[in-house]
Structures are given as C-alpha cells and as structure tokens.
Design a protein around this ligand. Structure first.
Ligand SMILES: [Zn+2]
Length: 252
C-alpha cells in the first residue's frame, strides 16, 4: 500500500502529499497542463467536484481531485483498521510503526542487494583442508564478488533491471523465481540459497569443454561445475550465460 495509507492505519491522520491513483493522478497531470478544461468535464464531475469547470477554478478542481483519491480509499482503510484491531494489531503498529512499515508498504526496501543474497548462502562444503574445499571457497568468493560487481555497476534507479547489464534482482529471479526481497520477516529468516559443487562432471561425461551452473528454483539451489570455473573470468562468463539463457530450460 502507499505510504499515506499506512500512515492512516498507524495514526488515523490523512496526509495529502504522496497520494497516487492510477486513474486520477494522470488526470490531475493533464489538467495541470491544460488550457481548456471542458474536455475533462465528465471526469471532473465524476470525482465529486460541483463547482464551475474552467481554468479560473483550476486550483479548487485540483484540490477536489486530490481529496477524492483519499476519500474513496478511507472506507476501505477504516475497514482494514477495524479488522486489524480485532487482533490488537493496530496497537502493535502504533507501538512499532517503523518495524511494521515494511509489512504494508512496498518501497525501496524490497529491492534485493548483493548482501541480501550473500547473507543467505548455505553452501555444502567438502571437508576443511581438502583441495575440493579450497576450490569451493574460491567459487563462493567469485559469486560474492560477482554480486557486488553487479550492484556497483547497476544504475540507482534501474529497479526493474531494464538496462542491458545484468542486475542483482535478475540473479535473485534466476535463483528463486522472484526478483524482490521476501516481504515477511519470517520468510526472510527462512530464505536460503543452497550451493552445491559438482566436481565430477568431467568423469561423468569425458571430453566436454563447457558446463553451466544449474539452478533449481523450487529448492533455491545452485550447482556450480567446479572444473570449468578455475578463474573469475570463466566463472563470470558461465554464470552470466546461465542466467541469461538458463531460465528457459535449466530449471529442474
Ligand atoms: Zn562439465
């Protein structure tokens, strides 16, 4: 929900700024720029404005439209408030508005960053001190470096990963099937990315030159083919290719 809706739930106060409506907000924009309001008469009257529709009254028309956005939602929010009250949840929200905020408002905080993935890795490592384990640690480091590199090269406002470059949320999507953070704290705590290492692909299928990391989105598991990832560059190339093309056929 929008910030102002949450604030209403928490405090009962209605804020007039940062209010958005998919139909009325574009209308407000058009009216702000318009020199003739008659084309919008019907829409304006539909929003409950009763005064004369002309440019001299633009200010009061815009106020009425903004007010309409909030008033049409207040009854729903009131119901939600009553529902939450039954379980005393309103009290919890009032006592800890900041902690509860993210449960209701989707904002910048749902964006996945490198740390979010890195801190939930659950690698299945070989015994400490073995050569296998050394290689595994190296690949884990590659993976973390790769995530940080993506984060650093990603433009700030490129939330949807629309630029050509890969984004951390794309990696998240590849691993889990969803590109945002888990909304519930309990889900965040449960979330882990299992990492497995395949050391034997060359024994199973001799004489092949390329293998890609495989992801299983239902169990959040990535399997890295160790034999093909001796250095960071080869790791990066294989992972990028897998993420780019893998979602279509690599999911188990
Ligand atoms: Zn292989």
């Amino acid at each position: 929900m929008q910030e102002w809706c949450y604030e209403y739930l928490a405090t009962g106060n209605i804020r007039r700024d940062g209010v958005h409506d998919t139909e009325i907000s574009p209308l407000i924009k058009m009216i702000e720029d318009a020199s003739d309001l008659t084309t919008y008469t019907k829409e304006i009257l539909d929003c409950g404005y009763t005064g004369p529709v002309n440019t001299e009254h633009k200010e009061s028309i815009l106020r009425a439209l903004a007010l309409h956005i909030t008033t049409k939602r207040i009854p729903m929010l009131q119901q939600l408030r009553e529902g939450l009250q039954i379980y005393d949840l309103i009290k919890i929200i009032q006592a800890k508005p900041h902690e509860c905020h993210d449960l209701f408002v989707i904002g910048h905080d749902d964006k996945v960053d490198a740390h979010y993935i890195s801190s939930h890795l659950a690698p299945e490592m070989s015994p400490t001190g073995s050569l296998k384990q050394v290689n595994e640690s190296k690949i884990l480091e590659f993976f973390q470096d790769f995530l940080l590199e993506l984060e650093d090269t990603q433009p700030e406002d490129d939330v949807a990963g629309e630029s050509d470059g890969m984004s951390v949320s794309q990696i998240m999507q590849w691993i889990t099937g969803q590109s945002h953070r888990h909304l519930l704290v309990s889900e965040r705590q449960k979330f882990k990315v299992s990492i497995k290492f395949d050391h034997c692909c060359l024994q199973h299928t001799p004489n092949h030159s390329v293998c890609y990391p495989i992801v299983s989105a239902c169990t959040n598991t990535i399997t890295f083919p160790v034999a093909h990832m001796a250095d960071y560059e080869s790791f990066k190339t294989l992972l990028q290719t897998a993420v780019k093309y893998g979602s279509a056929f690599d999911r188990v």
